[in-house]
Design a binder for this molecule. Structure first.
Ligand code: NAP
Length: 281
């Protein structure tokens, strides 16, 4: 039976992977920071040597993009050193590693879809540290799957829940309409990760749902699906200055999936509909 260590298991993706693996012929070892702090090299080596997983899926990350701009050391520790520790511990026992990454590795200044063959150029601490994490994993363990995603929502804090909560005490909401990307459900992402592992399809992959929209379009669709009557007003990035620069156009094309085992992700509106139907807040 395949033994899978999940780090950051209490996060959005970690929870979804546990759900999808339930009932399957695998032994899961779900851990979060209190069980296994991925930044602690000794703890990681000890845990991995003792438990001997066949696969490590690293779902742990410092995902608060704005906070990363101030918490630079912490961002490097969690997003770069953590994956380094896991990749090398996995290598020592010949295990595979899945590292999850982000559209923020690109500068987002173009206007065409970005494939795995495009050159990263991160503009934020979060993006830089996540790219360093990718590079450590690539260098330290040939049996790697690096999966970049974007605009992720699932069981945890995310844009969908924030919008719904805000609508409870606002009749009007301003939402940015000049950043383009693809909302992606953890359901689609977890399915792709499981398929990559089943197929032993190593390498770098983009994985978002299909289609594109702005945050404004995303918000409008959330309220339409939830039947919430709120006036959504489009605004510009300049009207909402944030510590971390946001990419203007960070549409990832799942090109490597298309060229290899096939792209099983859904259109973003379809996955959002499924998510909202199941959502209990
Ligand atoms: N969320 C997005 O929009 C988005 C977009 C693109 C890519 N991604 C990437 O997708 C992956 C999954 O994201 P997500 O949204 O599921 O993240 P998440 O919900 O923020 O979960 C991350 C988990 O990692 C844990 N963690 C933090 N530091 C740790 C440490 N030192 N050791 C072990 N665990 C630690 C967190 O615990 P605490 O909560 O206790 O800190 C949390 O449970 C990440 O690699 C992220 O960079 C996310």
């Amino acid at each position: 039976m395949v033994k899978i260590l999940i780090t950051g298991a209490n996060g959005q993706l970690g929870r979804e992977l546990q759900k999808q693996y339930k009932g399957k012929d695998v032994e899961l070892i779900p851990t979060d920071v209190k069980d296994l702090d991925i930044t602690d090299v000794k703890a990681v080596n000890k845990f991995v040597t003792e438990h001997k997983p066949d696969v490590i899926i690293n779902c742990a990350a410092h995902t608060q993009v704005d906070k990363c701009e101030e918490q630079i050391d912490l961002a490097y520790k969690i997003n770069a050193i953590g994956p380094k520790n896991l990749a090398s511990a996995a290598y020592n026992i010949e295990a595979e590693i899945v590292q999850v990454s982000t559209d923020y590795v690109f500068n987002g200044e173009g206007n065409t879809e970005l494939t795995e063959f495009d050159t990263p150029d991160p503009q934020t601490v979060y993006g830089r540290t996540k790219l360093d994490g990718e590079n450590f994993v690539k260098t330290l363990n040939p049996k790697h799957y690096i999966v970049r995603t974007a605009w992720l929502y699932g069981d945890g804090n995310n844009f969908v829940k924030t919008m719904i909560k805000l609508s409870e005490n606002h009749s009007e909401l301003k939402v940015v309409d000049d950043q383009v990307g693809t909302p992606t459900s953890t359901v689609d992402l977890a399915k792709v990760i499981i398929k990559l592992l089943d197929d032993k399809n190593y390498g770098l992959f983009h994985c978002t749902c299909k289609g594109v929209c702005t945050w404004y379009d995303f918000a409008k669709e959330i309220f339409r699906l939830k039947n919430i009557d709120v006036n959504v007003i489009p605004c510009t990035t300049e009207e909402f200055p944030r510590p971390a620069k946001r990419p203007k156009y960070s549409v990832l094309r799942n090109y490597m999936l298309e060229l290899t085992t096939g792209d099983i992700t859904k259109q973003w509106q379809e996955s959002l509909k499924d998510y909202i139907e199941d959502l209990h807040m």
